[in-house]
Design a protein around this ligand. Structure first.
Ligand code: KE4
Length: 428
């Protein structure tokens, strides 16, 4: 495979866009080499500007769960665009997608739409602080909730990849209100609460972590968080930007049968357009402006094009619950095939999987939190990433990311991937 045109385009981009990208992880900094510029996509395939076809295991970092150019979404967008693209006024469409969202996710009464997962998580934290009249939040090392200041404290995803866990520009004033605990370590959370018994507004967590690679919650961990929040009067915020509408129609709350007080969404809910959302009970949501005192706003929040795409996506997911079983089965096929092949080598490895989220870590230590994820051999990962790319398989360009499978993947695609995987691991 050659990437001449990507390389030319990357040089041009770097002249006018910082790092040549609009989101750092796309720049391949942690795996080296030139980022791939995409020309188009269809189903499970990406077509880059050099004419290479790549099997897509990122699905735009989650949104394209039904594959690229999913016709009902395209049709909804095309139709809606003819009526105007933005008004800054309420539309019935927003009520329709809000009603469907509340129907699909358990335990929530109202939802507010915003434009990104970051905005959803940032707003959820402000709402929790306003509702509880407390200032501190607990987050987990390695979890990523977007790039709002309060979260860039040992963030996962891009920030960790860059090895700059505390981003410059985040003030000490902000950092002091974000307390750190460790994933799958309930004791570390209890210790924080004992230190600040009446100051914690909320815990925010990825119920299944996807920004340290995929890390499932261990038995009793989330239940323990629920109990600690109830004991200390803090809210439990599930950041379901990744897991929402991916692990089940009702996301991790449904799949894990745990009730959050506030849940945030992104990615899938927008069908590929910029949408974030956060949802909670009437009691909590009625604290939000214009109903209540907690301010939050957005010019393009509830944008009709984004709502049309999101509504078409959620409608398709609600009407085809079998999709979740198919997606889990495809991910299991990939997992088992990888396991069969890599277990015959002397490579250190762990494969973590939950639903259609999966990740490979080059370490012999179980990956259960950020520290164990960070212990993976990144040099091996880089060689693995580029080996798979040369086989026509596009994986997340970071060891701290989950793969995101989509329903357009066929068993033949999975088997093609496994053949490539076999050649690559034997070359490492
Ligand atoms: P956005 O602001 O990127 O829409 O969402 C932030 C966010 C919040 N919560 C979770 C659990 C997330 O995974 C994300 C964003 N995910 C990353 C990929 N791990 C987005 C990719 C990127 O930064 O370009």
């Amino acid at each position: 495979m050659q990437y001449q045109r990507s390389s030319t385009l990357f040089k041009a981009a770097q002249e006018v866009i910082p790092g040549g990208v609009n989101s750092p992880v796309r720049a391949f900094k942690s795996v080296g080499g030139t980022p791939i510029f995409v020309d188009s996509a269809k189903g499970a395939y990406l077509f880059d500007v050099d004419g290479n076809r790549l099997i897509d295991y990122i699905s735009s970092w989650g949104p394209m769960i039904l594959g690229h150019v999913y016709q009902p979404v395209i049709d909804a967008l095309t139709q809606r665009a003819k009526k105007g693209t933005s008004f800054g006024m309420p539309t019935a469409l927003e009520t329709e997608i809000a009603r469907l969202t509340i129907e699909m996710i358990p335990n929530m009464d109202k939802v507010r739409f915003v434009n990104s997962g970051t905005e959803a998580c940032m707003s959820a934290v402000r709402l929790a602080r306003g509702y509880t009249d407390r200032e501190k939040i607990i987050k987990f090392a390695g979890c990523y909730h977007g790039h709002a200041d309060a979260f860039l404290i040992q963030a996962g995803s891009g920030a960790v990849t860059f090895g700059a866990p505390n981003s410059p520009g985040v003030t000490q004033g902000t950092a002091k209100d974000t307390l750190l605990a460790y994933y799958n370590d309930l004791e570390s959370v209890r210790t924080v609460f004992e230190q600040y018994p009446e100051e914690v507004a909320a815990i925010i967590i990825e119920p299944v972590a996807g920004n340290m690679g995929c890390i499932p919650p261990q038995e009793g961990f989330l239940e323990g968080l629920r109990a600690l929040c109830d004991q200390y009067g803090a809210l439990l915020i599930f950041d379901e930007v990744m897991t929402g509408f991916r692990l089940a129609p009702g996301g991790a709350q449904q799949r894990l049968n745990i009730k959050a007080d506030i849940a945030t969404y992104g990615k899938v809910i927008g069908g590929g357009l910029p949408v974030g959302a956060f949802a909670a009970s009437n009691e909590i949501m009625n604290h939000l402006a214009p109903e209540g005192p907690v301010y939050q706003a957005g010019t393009l929040s509830g944008n009709p094009l984004a709502m049309a795409a999101g509504l078409a996506m959620l409608t398709a997911l609600k009407e085809d619950e079998e999709m979740y079983t198919r997606l889990d089965q495809k991910t299991e096929r990939l997992h088992k095939g990888m396991e069969e092949r890599i277990s015959t080598t002397s490579l250190p490895y762990q494969i973590n999987r939950f639903g259609s989220m999966i990740s490979l870590h080059f370490t012999n230590t179980p990956v259960v939190d950020f520290a164990s994820a960070a212990a993976g051999d990144n040099e091996l990962f880089k060689a693995y990433f580029h080996g798979m790319l040369s086989e026509g398989i596009y994986l997340p360009p970071s060891a701290y990311e989950s793969y995101f499978l989509n329903d357009a993947l066929t068993n033949e695609d999975i088997d093609f991937t496994l053949d490539g995987f076999d050649r690559v691991i034997k070359s490492l």
